[in-house]
Each structure stands twice: as C-alpha cells, then as structure tokens.
Design a protein around this ligand. Structure first.
Ligand code: MN
Length: 741
C-alpha cells in the first residue's frame, strides 16, 4: 500500500505530538523560492496567543489543530498567505480576535481567506437534508470567491475527520455524512484526489465500520498473497521500459477503500470478486512517452474493450490528465494501468493548486498575474463543468455566471433558497411558501431587524415574521425581484379586490333595491341574476357583481332591468327611477373631470375614473381611489382631508399609469410678491415659457405694497409644477410661491 491516507495517517500518527512551526516553514521552503516565512511565523504566534488555554476534545492544546491544518496546506504546496490563513482559520470564530485584527496584522489577502472560511464554518449543515448537498456545494463555491478558502476549509475538514474519534458517536455520523455529501465531492471537483481519497476512506470507517474492516482485512490477505504477483507485474513493466530506452517510475498501489466499496455496491460483488484492486502507475517524462508506453503495454497484454480512457487528449473537468487502460495481465488477471507524466501526477495529487504556483517571484505585477491565472483556472473548470452536464443544467448554469447573479439564503432551520441578486426578504418569504409571503410582516437578517426592502446578500440567514391578519401590500411590487413574488402579490390583490367589489355591489344593490321595493338577496337566490349576468354579457353572477362593484355597470341599470323582469314589464318606461343617495364627495361632481387613463388600477380596466374635485393631485403625488356609488372611481390626493371621512371598505389603491406626459392637470398656486409695475406680465411670460397654461387667476393688493396672486394653472405633473415655481422664485420681486391644496 503506497501513498493512500498519507495526510490522514500522518495526522493520526502525530495526533498527540504537536507539529512544530519549523516543520511547516521547512516544507514551504522546498517549493517556494525566498518564501515570506515571517508571515507564517507571525500567524503562528498570533494563533498561539488567541487559542491559549483552549483544549480540543482529545485533550491536546487547541493550537495543534491549526498547526495540522497549516501543515496539510503546506503539503498541498499552497502559498504563504494560505498557510498563514490555515494557522489563523479558527481565531475569528473561536476567540476574541476580529477579522479587522487579522487584516491589520496580516493584510487583506489573509483576512479575506480567514473570513471566507469563517463564513462557511457558520453554516449549520447538520440540520440540512442530504438532498440539498448539491445546493450546499454551489453555495460554498459561490461563497469562496477565492479558491484558497476552499483549500483551507478542506484541510480543516481533513484534520477534523482524522481526529473524529474524540467526538460523540452521533456527531461522528453527522460529520462523516456531511463530509461525504459535500467535502469529498468538492475535493473531487477541485481535483484534490489525495484529499478526496482520505476523506472518503475516513467516512467509510465511521459510517460503515464493519465493511471498512472487511475490506481492510481482505486487502491485507490479498496483498500478502498477491505481493509476488504485484512484483512480477512491476518487473515486467520495468523490463519493457528499459528495453525500449524509456525511463520512468512504476508503482503498484491498492485503490482506496471507499472506491472498492462503491464498486462492490454498484456491481453487487463480494470483495473476492472485485478485480483490479491494485492499480499500476507508470510515470514518464513526456506525453509522447505516455502513448509509447501504452502501445508497449497493449502489445504485451491484451486490452479489455471499453476500458481504455484517454484523459490526456480530453482532460477531466477538474484538469486531471492520464491514460487509463485495463488489460489481461499474467495468469489471466485483469490489471489496471495508469500512464501519465510527472506534471500530470502533480495535478492529480494537488489538483488546481498545482497550476498556479510560484512560476514567478513575488513582485506585485507577477502576483497579479498569479491571481488572474488562478481565477482563469477556476473559470475554466466551471466552463468545462457546464459543457459536461445535461442541457437543463447547462441552461441554469449559464445564469449562474460564477458568483454574481445569484444569492444563496438560509432559513433559520438551515434550508437554502436560491434567489436572484437583489432579492429582498419578501422574495425570500414567497420562495418558502405563498402563505409566508402573503402574511409576512417583517424580517431579521443575520439576527438583526431590517426593512422588507433590504437587498439580501449571499449567505445571509433570514427569519421571516408573519401575522395571519397581514396582507400583501401593493408597494411590495416596487421592490420584489422574483417572478414568483410578483405574481403571488398581484394575484392576492386582484382576488381580494374582486371579493371586495362583489361585497360592495351586493350592498349597493340591496340598499338601492329597497327603495324600489326589490328584495335583491332573494332575487339572487331565485336565480334572476344568472339571467342578468347573461344579459349584461358577464360570465357569472360574481362577474356581474364585480362589474357593479367597480362601477363598470351602475346598480341602477341592473335594478331597473331586474324590476322589469320581476314585474313582467316590456319596456322600461314604467320602471320607477330612484336616484342614489349622494355622498359628500359626490356633491363636488360638477368640478369633477374625467381623466381617462392617466390613472390605473392594478388588474382592473374599463373603469370610469375621475378626479374627486375636492383636491387636485398631480402625477407623482400619492393618490387613493374611492369606489363611488354608481359613478366610477374617484381619485383623491392621499393627503386630501376628505379621505378620512370616506368608507374604508371602498378605498382602492390606484397609481399613476405613467406615459401620460401630454395630459395636463389643474393646480392652484399662490404667489406673494412686491407690487411692482410689469411684474404680472413677467410672471405670465415665465409661466408661458415653462409651458404652463393659466386657467384663471385673482389678484389682491395690500396696503403695504405686497400683492397676492392666485392662479389655477395646467401642468403635466408635480415636477413640472415645481420647475415652474422655482423659475418664478428667480424674480427678485417674488417673495414666496406656494402650491395650494
Ligand atoms: Mn478548524
């Protein structure tokens, strides 16, 4: 058994012996020229102080954990900031140290890595369903904008897995399952095969201890029996290389236990039936030599059809390159042989990490290049990933655009919702359930109360408060980002307003019907309204009623027809006409002006809309609608004093429809000015320049030389009016301009 569990075994063997910082700096010096060891040493001192007095479950000082993590990172050949971050990775979460301390002492680069690791550490995976593992992987990828964050997180997980013995049994199972669901696939995706192997074998050890033991015993037995066989194959390969003047290294190694277990499960085999447990690996200098060795192997032993894989010309998504073939070896045994270059071997072991390191010295320009290279590799992996997955995945990942377009949000229970960038707590509430959205009253983000308009950030934990009595607000439509929230809100408002209009219609018909001696509820019960609905081209009785409620059809019209039908009258001349009672606002009707389609009511059209007459709101000002009795919807300014006297049941949300620039609206203004000759002409000229029409005006002069002008003018909207008033103020003689409401 060569090189399996290298990291994990090392970690286990040394679990009670503290790694010395020099062991780490020594390793770093082997692969970086002139490394910044001072950074690593300072991180060590800081970590030692921060964790002072803390103890791991194993009883050893806590510091041993960050030291092991840093050592694993050094073994993975990572740069100095990453190794330093490994030493510091638990200081923010577990000690008094803050991320600002880290930034100040070790720079933004180290601080960003530590911050990323801390954030991932705060995700509470335990409560999450295994089915969500893919989501969590995406989430981690999205959070780790610097891939080194994942490296530290994986090293952290590897050391925690190798010291899992000290945890309670149920915790061991949870952590091992989470590792299998999230971290080993992550290691695989990043091409960190050594880490993946070690993690998976440790998971098997905790999750299926019996099977792990069986496989271990079986391998030991086979290995002893088969040592002769392995040596024979190694010898034959050595000879054929030598006689063809090729130099290379040849290894025989047992595959990792989890992959053997997988094979047994997938193919329903006993351990004895699993062939090619030993993989032979030939490492040569060039790609050309790889293919040469492949030819030699195939001419010596018969290849098994369908088992040859050329990952050199088509690398795996995670950059892995190698030739794989399975042949019928000596004594008819199937053996798997992998052929690759030393460079490819490095990638297979260290994954993407092997790609970006240390070709140049540490000038800032080359450091930038290094970063660019690092991200381009990550991007490339993502690109390839896209090509490999099925078309649906591909489409959805197009939107994914690496990190930017989506945010992943947690419920307090640990579920994940994927939302578009800029999504708000209301979007989140609707993504959980329509009822949660419809009744949402407030939200806490990461434990803090926030407005519902807050844009959520990746990784936020959001708690929604609901109240059954609370209803969606039309204002929400202004800030929600998801189609789901939008349609649900609109649907709710429409349904609610329709119900209200039906209620109103019944009430109006009943009231006015009484004055014509018509019993409307009875007429509805007796089915007269089914016929009326048909006559008025409404699909259902409710449609008819809602039309009445929205004043598209007057109650009088319906009642007169109903009267005629019930009393068997042919023409309508004999139908008594009863005028509806007038409401206060209707007394102003002479001043009212039909305003066509400057105003809209969400989800409702063909409604007679007019301004109430008591106030003159301008586009841009808050307004409110009132369903009058039989005279359409009257629009008031939201601040109109008459509004508070109106029946609340009949109030309706309305809004300016926009695109009505041409329409003009009346507004009253007053101008206080000095009584100077020619001023009135100047004022009129300015208003005319501003495209403001004067409808009427009054002029009053006081004894002290101050005049008061009052005009009714026509303007397009509030902005138009304000611009005109500001212009008037530029005149020295003008003391004050006011809009009268
Ligand atoms: Mn840790």
């Amino acid at each position: 058994m060569v090189d399996t569990h290298r990291f994990a075994k090392e970690a286990q063997d040394t679990a009670i012996i503290m790694i010395r910082i020099n062991e780490i700096t020594d390793v770093v010096s082997t692969y970086i020229d002139d490394p910044d060891l001072d950074l690593i040493r300072r991180a060590y001192v800081f970590s030692a102080r921060a964790h002072e007095g803390q103890v791991r479950l194993s009883g050893e000082p806590y510091l041993s954990h960050p030291l092991h993590v840093a050592k694993i990172l050094a073994d993975m050949r990572l740069d100095e900031p990453t190794v330093a971050a490994g030493l510091l990775h638990d200081t923010v979460e577990d000690t008094d140290a803050t991320i600002d301390d880290i930034a100040e002492l070790f720079g933004e680069e180290v601080a960003d890595i530590v911050d990323g690791v801390t954030k991932i550490g705060m995700m509470d995976f335990e409560s999450k369903a295994i089915a969500k593992a893919e989501n969590i992987r995406k989430m981690i990828l999205a959070m780790a904008e610097d891939i080194r964050v994942l490296m530290v997180k994986l090293a952290d997980r590897l050391h925690n897995m190798s010291t899992l013995d000290f945890q309670k049994n149920y915790k061991q199972l949870l952590i091992a399952q989470e590792t299998l669901d999230i971290y080993s696939p992550l290691a695989n995706r990043l091409g960190l095969y050594m880490v993946k192997r070690d993690l998976e074998d440790l998971c098997l050890y905790y999750l299926k201890p019996d099977i792990f033991q069986n496989i271990t015993d079986g391998l030991e037995r086979q290995h002893t029996l088969g040592k002769e066989y392995v040596d024979k194959v190694l010898g034959l390969l050595q000879d054929v290389l030598k006689s063809n003047e090729l130099t290379g290294s040849i290894y025989g190694r047992t595959k990792h236990k989890y992959s053997i277990y997988n094979k047994m499960v997938r193919q329903g085999l006993e351990l004895d039936q699993v062939h090619d447990i030993i993989a032979f690996r030939v490492i040569v200098d060039s790609v050309k030599e790889c293919y040469a060795v492949l030819g030699l192997v195939h001419s010596m032993w018969m290849p098994i059809a369908g088992r040859f894989k050329d990952y050199i010309s088509i690398p795996k998504a995670n950059m892995y390159q190698s030739l794989h073939t399975t042949v019928v070896g000596p004594e008819g045994e199937r053996i798997e042989i992998q052929i690759r270059t030393a460079e490819m071997q490095k990638v297979a072991e260290y994954g993407v990490a092997a790609h970006w390191q240390y070709k140049e010295s540490g000038t800032s320009a080359s450091k930038q290049n290094r970063d660019a290279e690092r991200f381009s590799w990550l991007r490339q992996i993502m690109d390839w990933q896209r090509e490999l997955e099925d078309p649906r995945e591909f489409m959805s990942s197009l939107r994914f655009d690496l990190f930017n377009d989506e945010v992943y949000i947690f419920t307090p229970g640990g579920d994940i919702q994927e939302l578009p960038d800029g999504a708000t707590p209301v979007d989140f509430a609707y993504s959980i359930h329509t009822d949660v959205g419809n009744h949402c009253t407030g939200a806490k983000v990461n434990g803090r109360l926030v407005p519902l308009t807050t844009a959520l950030k990746n990784g936020d934990t959001v708690e929604i408060f609901t109240d059954k009595k609370r209803k969606p607000s039309r204002d929400w439509l202004k800030f929600v980002k998801t189609a789901k929230a939008r349609t649900r809100i609109k649907h709710y408002i429409r349904t609610e307003e329709r119900e209200r209009s039906i209620r109103l219609a019944k009430e109006m018909l009943e009231k006015e019907g009484r004055r014509m001696n018509l019993n409307v509820p009875k007429a509805i019960k007796d089915g007269y309204f089914v016929m009326l609905a048909d006559e008025f081209s409404c699909g259902t009785v409710d449609d008819l009623l809602s039309n009445v409620g929205y004043s598209r059809i007057t109650p009088r019209k319906i009642l007169r027809r109903l009267y005629a039908v019930i009393n068997n009258i042919e023409g309508e001349e004999e139908v008594p006409d009863v005028h509806p009672a007038q409401t206060p606002e209707e007394k102003d009707k002479d001043k009212a002006k039909d305003i066509g389609n400057a105003i809209e009511i969400e989800g409702v059209d063909n409604v007679l809309i007019r301004f109430a007459g008591c106030c003159t709101p301008l586009p841009g000002e808050p307004i409110i609608g009132y369903i009058s009795r039989g005279r359409g919807v009257a629009v008031h300014s939201a601040t109109c004093p008459n509004v508070k006297n109106l029946e609340e049941e009949r109030l309706l949300n309305v809004s300016w429809s926009g695109g009505q620039e041409e329409a003009s609206h009346p507004a009253q203004i007053s101008i206080r000015c000095k009584n100077i000759k020619g001023l009135l002409a100047k004022i009129c000229s300015i208003l005319s320049d501003q495209d403001v029409n004067i409808d009427s005006g009054t002029f009053r002069s006081d004894v002290d030389g101050i005049s008061l002008l009052e005009f009714t003018v026509e303007v397009r909207d509030l902005g138009h009016l304000h611009r005109a008033l500001n212009k008037l103020k530029t005149l020295d003689a003008v003391l004050e301009t006011t809009r009268l409401s």
